[in-house]
Design a protein around this ligand. Sequence first.
Ligand SMILES: Cc1ncc(COP(=O)(O)O)c(C=O)c1O
Length: 451
Amino acid sequence: MNVPHDHINPSPAINFNILPITSRIEKHHLFIGNCDTIELASSFGTPLYILDEVTIRQKCTEFLTEFQKRYPNTTVIYACKAFINRSMASLLKTEGLGLDVCSAGEINIAASVQFPSDKLYFHGNNKTVDELALALKENIGCIVVDNLYELALLSDIATKTKKKQDIMLRICPGIDPHTHKYTTTGTIDSKFGLHISTGQAEEAIIRAISAPNINLVGLHCHLGSPIFETAPFKQAIELMLEFAAQMKSKHNLRLLKFSPGGGFAIQYKADSPSLPIADYAEVITSTLIKKSYELNLDPPKLIIEPGRSIIGQAGVALYTVGSIKEIPEVRKYILVDGGMTDNIRHALYNAKYEAIVANKAGQEATERVTISGRACESGDILVQDITLPRISPGDIIAIPSCGAYCISMSSNYNMFFRPTVIVVNNGKARITQRRETIQDIMRRDVLMDTN
Ligand SMILES: Cc1ncc(COP(=O)(O)O)c(C=O)c1O
């Protein structure tokens, strides 16, 4: 399956780095996992999300290999928020990854496929009492505590239920990873984590060490996402380990586990390449080894939390073109049958994508268009200003790099139904999430007596 892309790309206009690794163009049709996307669109309807199993599994292997060959004591946990359902959780279990879960919903998905609970890390900046209680009941391996309030709540619940819970503390290091403001999480003005600068991080360490039902095993930080550079990781690791060394000498902190989070970038645009996973692995592991040695710390277990970089490239969204609206000398809108309700990333933070006319792939690109959805919002844009082959109603638009943070952030705005998600592999397509129906929506709608 790992055919070098330049051997199968007949068209210089299509950049295969943004497509699943099994993609190819044949007779101007886009194929993924040996399936013709035009046939998939007609069998399953659109909007349709296609996930390429080979790409997902390959990314899992790449993360494990690149980190563990440099630093054997690494655990890779997948950030479920990128996209999760039962099939995905099962697949990750077979690939040997753990999970970063951040809600009761995600804990329940993991439990439903008997995901090993010691490989679950529970995140979140405002976990509820019920969620913390559920985490203890499910014997979650580690809770990543975000603030002092949560530490007190957890300590209380653990005492009442006579459990001793492993925790890491999420530290806010005050480092800018140079990504969108809305997806930056480790700078000073952040709702996430315990700040070193305000003394809260130290206070949490003191309280956690003295809490009888809490077992503090390490420190965590997550800078933001997507991060296209390695320098912020180096900076964060150095700062975090220096802090850990201080806390060791002052409070006898044992740094058994350490996580610099996730946030590894993928390529969305043809002209904005992302770094290979190996580059992140090299900087993270070499900094960790060097700094631990310098500070006389025992090298901790390394926890890596990729989400987007496992599933992002594997996903392609398909839409059918409906109406086309041309405003002379202003803009030509290509209106498709999905939009911000299945992919809110452009509307939310101006995310940029490429697009391919899946039934005219590789044909000469002649017109400048904007691809827009059908929600009642002018901001419902998927791709702004892109040059594509001439498009007609009924054509199928494919948007690559859609595996992460699209379906997981989708909504029912305008009472649209969330799309079907299929997994393709070796010429077979299987539904992993069926299209929502009016019955799904009606099931939670309660008709009140209004007389
Ligand atoms: C704590 C934490 N870890 C990992 C991730 C995963 O980020 P990404 O999907 O960009 O790898 C996130 C994303 O928001 C996060 O909040």
